[in-house]
Design a protein around this ligand. Structure first.
Ligand code: F6P
Length: 500
């Protein structure tokens, strides 16, 4: 139900992300409705949005539609409009064809276009203005992800009273890579508008601090960055945690630290306990022809996920007769993503060619080697798939966190199943008892896949039990609470330096 009054209210907690927790979908008859948008952010922030008087600012997933503020399942929503040109230049262009490949270690070549940058600035300003408009005096504003890196400074400029947090869901690259960006200083300035900047890994926070030192010459002390204050600026008097640096100059301090994100682990456990989902898991194995081993890959169809490397390893094991398609099936769920970006189109062609070749060479009428699914599925079906999978393959070449790895672990209430996990994911910092792999090392990956397939039950249980302890303790509620705690403490002039 639309609530036009919402825009004039003032909120104590404002979440800003490119995508809203709900996507607008228009069916063939032109009827519009809302469905939950993909991603774990909603589950992470929903409980706290309900308990506080919050509002969520973001894009509704369709171009050129002005949508009035409304309420979706108790959450106040304030849509930001993107035109078709904004979509092409800010979202598909600068966000997903410049920043995305750059921040993922240039696995694909980033494109640098000045018009895309200009649109990125313009759209970031629009998000910042929307947040400035609805935030109450002294409110907490939490900005999310690489699409909105300029928002913190833009917001601070117009509303120095706000407590501003930023969380980067994807990696932050090493300086040698980051420094390619023609607008590298502007992005750093944009982020430093925040009081607290969160990263997935300790290494990401370190990369960021180094970029700050190299590009701005600011001092850093552990996770604290000292940003000089321009005393001519009329807003300079309203800064929090102002202190003096070693030379006696006035600085404000910014905390840049790791806050590894997680999932709602209980929700996955609860689904895994449901008899109909367990029945569905058995049915999936039957539909696959009851192979001895089911291996599973679940990814957005993205070149960062290492799907090609995984298929190469699997194909070679079949070719060498070390695995047999009568006995082992690989289920690959590749959910459609960013389909108008050329690199993603090419990737889809490559992956589908490879799947076709493997199935043509090694499949039979009764047994498909790779069951390839280019779809997104509801959570219930994903949990059934996780329960059905003996081996979960996460072979990303670079990934901020990789929540799929955590979902698999949370689902395995039977303490069974083997997780093969790339060391290039944020998740590998915590999930040390997985079988860790370097996806570039195809021989190593093949050996590890064989090890996973043959692992005795006792070892599987021992590893899974340890993994589950991690995922069940460090869940998403803890993640959002610890970030917000750091932000609130920062509002009182105190920066928590350690992970809680
Ligand atoms: O965390 C990475 C991220 O880009 C999110 O910002 C985003 O919502 C999700 O992956 C899916 O991507 P997109 O919103 O481009 O479909």
């Amino acid at each position: 139900t639309a609530n036009p009054d919402t825009a004039t209210d003032a909120y104590d907690l404002v979440i800003v992300s490119n995508r809203l927790p709900v996507d607008r979908v228009v069916d063939e008859s032109g009827e519009a409705s809302w469905r939950p948008s993909p991603g774990g952010l909603v589950a992470a922030l929903e409980p706290m949005m309900r308990s506080q008087d919050g509002i969520w600012i973001g894009w509704a997933g369709v171009a050129d539609e002005e949508i009035e503020p409304f309420e979706a399942g108790d959450i106040n929503i304030r849509p930001v409009m993107l035109t078709e040109q904004d979509l092409q230049e800010y979202y598909e262009g600068f966000s997903n064809d410049t920043l995305w490949p750059l921040y993922h270690d240039v696995i694909a070549q980033p494109s640098y276009h000045r018009e895309w940058w200009e649109t990125y600035v313009k759209v970031n300003r629009r998000f910042a203005d929307a947040a400035a408009e609805v935030a109450a005096q002294g409110a907490v504003v939490w900005v999310h992800d690489y699409q909105l890196q300029l928002v913190p400074a833009m917001l601070r400029e117009v509303r120095p009273d706000l407590v501003i947090g930023f969380f980067n869901h994807i990696p932050f690259p090493p300086y040698g890579i980051y420094s390619q960006l023609p607008w590298r200083r502007q992005i750093i300035d944009g982020l430093l508008g925040a009081d607290v900047i969160g990263f997935q890994r300790v290494a990401d926070a370190g990369n960021f601090s180094r970029a700050v030192r190299r590009l701005k010459g600011y001092e850093t002390r552990g996770p604290i960055i000292e940003v000089p204050i321009d005393t001519d600026d009329p807003a300079s008097g309203s800064h929090r945690h102002v202190t003096t640096d070693r030379r006696g100059g006035l600085v404000r301090t910014v905390l840049a630290r790791a806050f590894p994100i997680s999932i709602d682990a209980d929700q996955y456990q609860d689904l895994a306990r449901r008899p109909e989902i367990q029945a569905r898991a058995r049915e999936i194995r039957q539909e696959l022809g009851n192979p001895q081993t089911v291996m599973l890959g679940v990814d957005r169809l993205d070149y960062t996920k290492g799907i090609g490397h995984r298929l190469k390893a699997f194909g070679e094991l079949l070719a060498e007769g070390r695995l047999n398609a009568e006995e082992v099936t690989l289920v690959q769920v590749a959910s459609p993503s960013r389909e108008r970006v050329e690199t993603y189109r090419q990737l889809r062609d490559e992956i589908e060619l490879t799947v076709g070749r493997i199935n043509g060479d090694y499949g039979s009428l009764g047994h498909t080697a790779v069951a390839y699914l280019h779809h997104g599925y509801p959570r219930e079906e994903m949990v059934a798939l996780y329960l059905a999978a003996d081996v979960m393959l996460v072979t990303a070449l670079r990934d901020g966190m990789n929540l799929v790895a955590k979902e698999y672990v949370a689902t395995r209430i039977d303490e069974d199943g083997v997780l093969v996990l790339s060391e290039f994911t944020g998740a590998s910092d915590e999930l040390r008892q997985a079988l860790l792999i370097n996806p570039h090392d195809i021989e190593g990956l093949k050996e590890t896949i064989l090890q996973a397939v043959a692992m005795p039950k006792r070892d599987r249980t021992r590893r899974m039990r340890a993994l589950r302890r991690k995922v069940l303790t460090n869940d998403v509620a803890r993640w959002s609470a610890s970030f917000l705690d750091a932000l609130t403490r920062s509002a009182h002039g105190d920066h928590p330096l350690q992970n809680p």
